[in-house]
Write a protein that binds this ligand. Structure first.
Ligand SMILES: O=C(O)[C@@H](CO)OP(=O)(O)O
Length: 218
C-alpha cells in the first residue's frame, strides 16, 4: 500500500512580498497569492484526498481552506509540528532580513544537520528537525494509503524533503507542489519537487551559503 503526501507551501503573503521573515508570526495572503493558490487548487482538483493537514499559522490554514474548495468533504486538521522554523528575534524585522539570515554562513546547513543551537529566541536545529520528522511520521501512521494534502512552510517542508532524498534544501515557491510516497514498509520516495503550478517562482533558487555579515536586528 502506498500513501501519497502532496506537500504545498502556503500562498504568497504580504511579508513574503516584502522579504520580511515570518517564522512563527503571520501575515495574510496577497491578492496574487490567493490567485496562485486557486491555480494550484484547480491543478489538485482531481486528486482524491482523504485528509488534509496544515500548519496552524493563518497563512497555511487559509491556503488549505482554498485548496480544499474542490474537496468539500475532506477534513482539515492542524498540527503544530508543521509550523515554520522559529527564527526568534529575526522575525518580523526590517525588509531583506530574510535574505541575510537565510544566507548566513552555515545557518541552513547547520539547521538541517540538527546542530544549530538556534537563533536568539528561536528553536534549535535539533528541535526543528525532530518535530518535522515526527509530524510526518504521525501523518503516515494515521493514513496508511491514499492521498493526503499537507500545507506548510518553505523551510519546514524543504527540510523534510531534504531528509527524504539527497536534494539539499530546495527553495519552494509559494503554492508549489511536491509529492512524496510512503510505502507500508516505511520506505519514502520523493516523486516531485517544487512544481510551480501557479508560476509564483519569485523565491528563486540561489546558493544558500553566500558569505554575508551577521545581520543586525532592527
Ligand atoms: O517564515 C518565512 O518568512 C519563510 C521562511 O522560509 O517561510 P514561509 O513564508 O514559507 O512561512
Amino acid at each position: 500500500m502506498t500513501l501519497t503526501m502532496t506537500l504545498v507551501r502556503h500562498g504568497r503573503t504580504h511579508f513574503n512580498a516584502r522579504r520580511i521573515l515570518q517564522g512563527r508570526c503571520d501575515s495574510p495572503l496577497t491578492r496574487d497569492g490567493r490567485a496562485g493558490v486557486r491555480t494550484t487548487a484547480r491543478h489538485l482538483a482531481a486528486t482524491p484526498f482523504r485528509a488534509a493537514w496544515a500548519s496552524p499559522s493563518g497563512r497555511a490554514v487559509a491556503t488549505a481552506v482554498e485548496l480544499l474548495r474542490h474537496h468539500p468533504d475532506v477534513p482539515l486538521r492542524t498540527d503544530p509540528g508543521l509550523l515554520e522554523y522559529a527564527f526568534g528575534v529575526y522575525e518580523q524585522k526590517a525588509e531583506r532580513v530574510l535574505d541575510e539570515v537565510v544566507a548566513w554562513p552555515d545557518l541552513v546547513a547547520d539547521v538541517l544537520a540538527g546542530t544549530h543551537p538556534g537563533l536568539p529566541g528561536g528553536e534549535s536545529g535539533r528541535e526543528f528537525m525532530d518535530r518535522t520528522r515526527d509530524v510526518f511520521a504521525r501523518i503516515a501512521a494515521t493514513h496508511d494509503e491514499g492521498h493526503v494534502l499537507v500545507v506548510g512552510h518553505g523551510l519546514a517542508l524543504g527540510a523534510y524533503l531534504a531528509t527524504v532524498d539527497d536534494v539539499g534544501l530546495v527553495p519552494l515557491p509559494n503554492a508549489s507542489v511536491s509529492t512524496v510516497e510512503v510505502e507500508t514498509d516505511g520506505s519514502v520516495r520523493l516523486t516531485s519537487v517544487a512544481v510551480d503550478v501557479a508560476q509564483q517562482g519569485h523565491v528563486a533558487a540561489r546558493p544558500m551559503r553566500v558569505e554575508v555579515p551577521v545581520p543586525s536586528v532592527a
